[in-house]
Ligand binder design. Structure first.
Ligand code: MG
Length: 183
C-alpha cells in the first residue's frame, strides 16, 4: 500500500525542482498544486519568487497547469499573472481534472509530473495517472486537528521514502523534519 502513496522525490521548496531537474527526469509538463506548495493560504497573489520560477519554466518550454482543490476565485486570481491555465474545485485525488490538465498540455504519463504538498491528494492523484510525483513540505501548515491527523498518516510513508534511500529522515531539511517527523 505504501508504494501507492510514495512520492518519487521530496524537495524542500518548489524552486529546487528547477527546469534542469525536470528536464533530467524527462518532464515537459507540470501540474501544480497552489496552497502550501507555492504560497500560504492567505496569500492571494504569487510572490516574485513564484513568478520568476514560472517564467524560467516557460522559457525552457515546460508547460504548466494548476489543478487545485480550492475554489474558483482563489485559483483564478493566483494564476492570472502566471500565464497558466487552471482547474479549481478539482477534488484530487480524483482524476477528472488531472486528465483534463494533461490534455490541455498535450502531454501524457511519460512526460508529466505533479508538484504538491499533500500525500493523499497530490501524490495520490499523480499515482493514479501514473505520472511522476514531487512532494514538498507545506509552506505554512494549518494547525488544526484535521491537518495534524493528515500529517500523522503521511508520516510512515515519508519515513519509508528515506529508509528506502538508505537515509535518515532526521537528517533531512528542517521543514521536512518538522512536518513529517516531529508531529
Ligand atoms: Mg496544497
Amino acid at each position: 500500500m505504501r508504494k501507492y502513496f510514495a512520492p518519487d522525490r521530496i524537495y524542500t521548496t518548489f524552486d529546487q525542482i528547477s527546469p534542469e531537474v525536470l528536464e533530467n527526469d524527462g518532464i515537459c509538463a507540470v501540474i501544480f498544486d497552489i496552497d502550501n506548495t507555492l504560497a500560504p493560504y492567505e496569500e492571494a497573489e504569487p510572490s516574485d519568487k513564484v513568478r520568476e520560477y514560472f517564467s524560467a519554466l516557460h522559457e525552457r518550454g515546460i508547460k504548466t497547469v494548476f489543478v487545485s482543490n480550492n475554489h474558483g476565485p482563489r485559483v483564478e486570481l493566483f494564476s492570472k499573472t502566471l500565464d497558466t491555465p487552471f482547474f479549481a474545485d478539482s477534488k484530487k485525488p480524483l482524476g477528472k481534472n488531472m486528465r483534463a490538465a494533461m490534455k490541455l498540455m498535450e502531454s501524457d504519463s511519460t512526460n508529466t509530473a505533479i508538484i504538491g504538498d499533500q500525500v493523499f491528494t497530490d501524490v495520490w492523484a499523480g499515482k493514479r495517472q501514473k505520472i511522476r510525483t514531487y512532494l514538498v513540505p507545506p509552506i505554512n501548515d494549518k494547525k488544526n486537528l484535521f491537518f495534524k491527523c493528515k500529517r500523522m498518516l503521511e508520516k510512515p510513508i515519508i519515513r519509508k521514502y528515506y529508509k528506502d534511500r538508505g537515509e535518515d529522515i532526521r537528517n533531512a531539511d528542517e521543514a521536512i523534519v518538522r512536518t513529517w517527523w516531529k508531529q
